[in-house]
Design a binder for this molecule. Structure first.
Ligand code: NAD
Ligand code: LMR
Length: 311
């Protein structure tokens, strides 16, 4: 490359970066459980997101190291690490989006419900602090069992008088990510073009991938669809068994969590037609919380979309 083209593309790059940071609003994202298996790669991915201006990394231990490490990356956001309950308020203050991957993961032979006792307590204390320090933030709940931690969070917020059903999300994006990957493999279509809604919840048979609505369309047999459904429902267990006692999905979850948080930020910033599946307060079925497609907007959930119809 000539010096001229290098300089020109370099200055364009700088200009683009300048333009990007000046034209998007400041947004603070807090990750609670940021030193964990999900938290660390999620912190990395959020540091790469140009929509984030402040990134607060909170955990009960280990966050100074994660924050120092991630903070050296030359992207827009300022990174700060917070450790221990006495720093939780500072981590949360001013947050637009709070992502919660704090809690214990499964080991082989366990169900997500086996995590209930310990994770319910963790979620309770974190949500009590959210109600106090950033009651208007969008909360992205990753900690399991999501089918229970989301209703627990709702009750904590109700008790504190801050509950807004538009702002509480169970992150089920990993189910969608898996359904897309597995479908693309069988349908022999480019994975980047695939869309598959996944509804219901985030545990075993409550995970319902709607392959009848998958695009690009394909004519997979009922047998293959049944197998794809089962693999999606058991995707978490597949990883737990492969990790053989060393935890559950972390890297794919960090990716999925980053996709969902990015969608929340785009919605807050007024980008139109941002749609993701999420486990939210719902009237789609008789259940109080249910995962389905959700349109995201400036206040969080703009519209809970229905179940859709087969293509
Ligand atoms: P991990 O043990 O590697 O990390 C959890 C982190 O949480 C640790 O760093 C720990 O110190 C921290 N923590 C514990 N108590 C805390 C508290 N009170 N405040 C702040 N941080 C606290 O576990 P992981 O693999 O990252 O998984 C975390 C959770 O995410 C688990 O409950 C797991 O089941 C869940 N998960 C959910 C999905 C999903 O699709 N929603 C996918 C994968 C994992
Ligand atoms: C997953 O789906 O990977 C997570 O819910 C973790 C787990 O325990 O399966």
């Amino acid at each position: 490359r000539s010096i001229k083209s290098t300089l020109t593309s370099g200055s364009c790059h700088l200009l683009r970066r300048g333009y990007a940071t000046e034209s998007v609003p400041d947004r603070k994202v807090a990750v609670l459980g940021a030193a964990g298996g999900i938290g660390q790669p999620l912190a990395l991915l959020m540091k790469l997101n140009p929509l984030v201006s402040k990134l607060a990394l909170y955990d009960i231990a280990g966050t100074p190291g994660v924050a120092a490490d991630v903070g050296h990356i030359n992207t827009r956001s300022e990174v700060a690490g917070y450790m221990g309950e006495e720093q939780l308020g500072q981590a949360l203050e001013g947050s637009d989006v709070v992502i919660i991957p704090a809690g214990v993961p499964r080991k082989p032979g366990m169900t997500r419900d086996d995590l209930f006792n310990i994770n319910a307590g963790i979620v309770k204390s974190l949500c009590t602090a959210i109600a106090k320090y950033c009651p208007n933030a969008l909360v992205n709940m990753i900690s399991n069992p999501v089918n229970s931690t989301v209703p627990i969070a709702a009750e904590i917020f109700k008790k504190a008088g801050t509950y807004d059903e538009k702002k509480l999300f169970g992150v089920t994006t990993l189910d969608v990510v898996r359904a897309k990957t597995f479908y693309a493999g069988k349908a022999k279509v480019p994975v980047a073009e695939v869309n598959v809604p996944v509804v219901g919840g985030h545990a075993g048979i409550t995970i319902l991938p709607l392959f009848s609505q998958a695009t690009p369309k394909s004519n997979l047999s009922d047998e293959v669809i049944t197998a794809l459904t089962k693999r999606t429902q058991d995707g978490g267990t597949e990883v737990v068994e492969a990790k053989a006692g060393k935890g559950s999905a972390t890297l794919s979850m960090a990716y999925a969590g980053a996709i969902f948080a990015d969608a929340c930020l785009k919605g807050l910033n007024g980008v139109p037609d941002v749609v993701e599946c999420s486990f939210v307060q719902s009237t789609v079925t008789e259940l109080p919380f249910f995962a389905s497609k959700v349109r995201l907007g400036k206040n969080g959930v703009e519209e809970v979309l229905g179940l859709g119809t087969s293509l």
